[in-house]
Each structure stands twice: as C-alpha cells, then as structure tokens.
Design a binder for this molecule. Structure first.
Ligand code: PGA
Ligand code: ZN
Length: 432
C-alpha cells in the first residue's frame, strides 16, 4: 500500500531564469497530496569543477534549450522516483548520481538534478505540513541570516569597467532581520541618488544581481560610494553596516603569466594580497570571497593567515560546493568561510554534506543564489535550516532576489519573539 510520502509523480517544465534563459522547473507530487516545485538557477562566473548544466546547443534558444534535459527528467528520472518515499532524500540523490554515472552530471544535467532534488524535499515538507526550514533543519530557535547584499555589480555580471565582481553591504549592527533589511534598502536607495548625481542617469542601470552598474573604474571608487551611501542614509560604516567583496578572481587570472589583471596592472599573488590588506585597513571589510584563482588554494591560505582574524575569507569557485574537494583542501586551511550553491554540486544531499564538513572544520557556510536565478525562494529556507547565519542573495531589488528576502521576512514574522538575527555573530571579529 502506498504511503502518504510516496512520490506519485515527477514532472519537468520549461521555465525562464532572470537572464531570460531556459531552465528546469521540477514538480514532485506525493500520494498524500504534497507538492514540491523547484527551479534550477544558473551561474555566469562558474567554477571549473561545477556540475554541468545540460543544454541542447544549436540555434533554438541560442543553444541554451533544455529539451534534452526535460526528456531525461521525464523518461529516465521520473519512472525511478515514482513509488519512492520522498523523505529518503539521500537515497534519491544518490540514485540521481547513479543514473548520471559520470560524476559531474554531464549526462543527466546538473540543472535536472538540482531541480528534482530540491522539489523532492519540498514535497516531503509539504506532505508533513511543516515549513521547509523546519523539515530541513528543525531549528528550535531559528537564526535569521545576515545578508551579504551585492549593491554594486562589476566583473562578469555588469557591462562596466569594475574588475571586482561584487561590492556588498553587510548589515551587521541590527537586532532583527527586518530592521537590517530596512536599513539596507535605505542605503541602496541613497546609493542610487548618489550615483545618479555623480555619474548621470545611466549609472543606476542594474546588473544581474540587482546592484547598480555605474561607469566606475576602480575598487576604491566603488567602496567610497558604498561608504558615502551608508553615511547618507544615517548609518555608521563598520558598526551598523560593514562591507564585503566577491573578487571572483579566477576571472582575473592570466594563467600564461601567473598574474592577476586588475585596474590596468598585472599583479603577482603576493602583490594582490598586499592590495587586499590595504583595503581591509582602509575600509570596514568583513567578507572577502574568491580573492585568488580557484587553482591556487595556497594563496587563499595565505590570505586567511593574514586577514582571517578580522575578515571572513570565503571559497566559492575554490570548492564548488563539492564535499570531496573541500575534504581534499581542508588541511591547507584555505578559508574560514565556504560558499554553498546547491546547483554547483547538483543535489541537496551533497550540499548538506559539504555544509557539515565545513562546519566541522570551523568554517562558516554562506548559502548563496546564482547570478541567473528564479522566483524560487528555496535558499531562504535552506539558510535558516543550516543556521549558519549568512545568506548571499543580491541587492534588495529584482523579484528573483527579493523573493528570498520576502521569504526571510515571513520566517521572522512566523517566529516572532523566538527567532534571532545573526548580525555580527558569523564574523571573526567585530569591526569598530
Ligand atoms: P555566478 O556568480 O552565479 O555568476 O557564478 C555568483 C558568485 O560568483 O558568487
Ligand atoms: Zn562568488
């Protein structure tokens, strides 16, 4: 006899991501009437070791079609999942890996695996009638994460000359997520006025993650604009609102010369570290992601040694959310923070395994969106479930970003009087 949690159907639908590219929507239903719907996001500055997205190639959708991926979902995945208890998340995820058989989802599609894996968890939570964050983590006292808000976009996410990909504000000095979000929105809007006045109306066009993409050339120019916006909104840089950077340095690395191309200069790794140290002295920077190429864990380790007592040094492309890669690298102590994007590894089970290994090794986990994202608020629940206290989901603008913030507002509201806001907790040291 079928139980309530048994999967009754698995369907795949075409959907669009925030860049207008096709993606996979997986819809999983259970015998008990539970429903899980999940959409796969898509990155632009991808790590080399990420799970592979399955795309059709050819002319339609300019090569980005997902009909083959949808066919695999329908004909290969669905028949094996029907009848399986939706709570058997790891069994299902290992089955997805076994069906793929290639170790990187190049047959099944990382986009298929991600959407199905997340939809299964949602269907089980829905069948149980409990919130997804409770199902995934059962936190007694939910911790609302401190957001790392990318409000100036550069690099591969914007059509300007900024080499560094993301300039973030970090609202650390607040008592609740709602207050932190309010202050961040005020800073975002004051930045908009400042940029408009200084650079003209074109400067407030936004990049892929909802941050502005002004015609700036240097890192300091962008950081100064953030400081001015924080002050103009009536907050204290450092104590109320700190700063973060995602360099996405693999994009700046020139492998033929072994140097990083930054602001018209070619910097050797040691000089690039000097640059980060001087930035950390001049600005209240508490977060630094991918400061070096993903193939140079040693330079990450040196950065952590130099700055790790006051800055969270975070590996994104370095680890690709891959538990095996993290296990191989961890003895080097490359970072004190580990970014988590489920679609980099393809399944929820592997992402959770990664989070456990990171936590066991004293690293903070940052649950993250992708630059091509969707209306699926899943990562908000995942961040609360993991209680790691950090989420990276872009500017407080564009619905694929605000979907996550709106879900966090809802979770805080539902847990009024019980929930805690992470604030400064996840950071190695309080600045100022
Ligand atoms: P991506 O960028 O989603 O384009 O890979 C996000 C990041 O580098 O953190
Ligand atoms: Zn990154």
């Amino acid at each position: 006899m079928a139980g309530d949690f048994d999967i009754s159907s698995v369907r795949g639908l075409l959907a669009l991501d925030s860049r207008g590219n096709p993606t996979i929507k997986a819809v999983v239903a259970t015998e008990g009437g539970g429903l899980g719907v999940a959409l796969a996001p898509s990155g632009a500055s991808r790590g080399e070791k990420e799970a592979v997205e399955l795309r059709d190639g050819g002319r339609k959708w300019r090569g980005k079609g997902v009909s083959l991926a949808l066919a695999r979902l329908e004909h290969v995945v669905a028949p094996r999942l029907v009848g399986v208890d939706s709570r058997r998340q790891s069994y299902i995820d290992y089955m997805l890996e076994a069906i793929d058989g290639r170790g990187n989802f190049s047959f099944l599609g990382g986009n298929v695996a991600t959407a199905v894996s997340i939809a299964v968890a949602k269907a089980a939570a829905d069948t149980a009638g409990i919130p997804l964050y409770t199902y995934l983590g059962s936190p007694a006292t939910p911790v609302l994460p401190t957001p790392l808000m990318n409000i100036i976009n550069g690099g591969a996410h914007a059509g300007n000359d900024l080499d560094i990909q993301e300039f973030m504000i970090v609202p650390t000095g607040f008592d609740s997520f709602t207050e932190a979000l309010r202050a961040s929105v005020e800073v975002y809007q004051s930045l908009k006025s400042i940029l408009k006045e200084k650079y003209g109306a074109l400067a407030v066009n936004v990049g892929d993650e909802g941050g502005f993409a002004p015609p700036m050339k240097t890192t300091r120019e962008a950081l100064d604009a953030l400081i001015n916006a924080i002050k103009a909104a009536g907050y204290e840089p450092g104590s109320d609102i700190a700063l973060g950077l995602d360099v996405a340095a693999s994009q700046l690395y020139r492998s033929d010369k072994g140097v990083y191309s930054l602001e018209g200069k070619e910097l050797e790794p040691a000089r690039l570290l000097d640059f980060y140290e001087s930035l950390a002295d001049e600005y209240p920077i508490v977060y630094l992601e991918d400061p070096f190429s993903e193939n140079d864990p040693q330079s990450f380790a040196e950065t952590t040694k130099a700055l790790g007592s006051r800055v969270l040094i975070v590996g994104d492309d370095l680890y690709c959310t891959n538990p095996r890669l993290l296990s191989q690298l961890k003895s080097l102590k490359p970072t004190n923070g580990a970014l988590l994007k489920v679609n980099q590894v393809g399944t929820l089970t592997r992402a959770l395994e990664y989070a456990r290994i990171a936590a066991f090794n004293g690293m903070r986990v940052i649950v993250s969106h992708r630059s091509g994202d969707t209306e699926d608020p899943f990562i908000a629940d995942l961040a609360v479930a993991l209680a790691s206290g950090l989420i990276k989901t872009g500017a407080p603008a564009r619905s694929e970003r605000t979907a996550k913030y709106n879900r966090l507002l809802e979770i805080e509201y539902e847990n009024e009087g019980v929930a805690r806001y992470a604030g400064w907790d996840p950071f190695p040291a309080r600045r100022h």
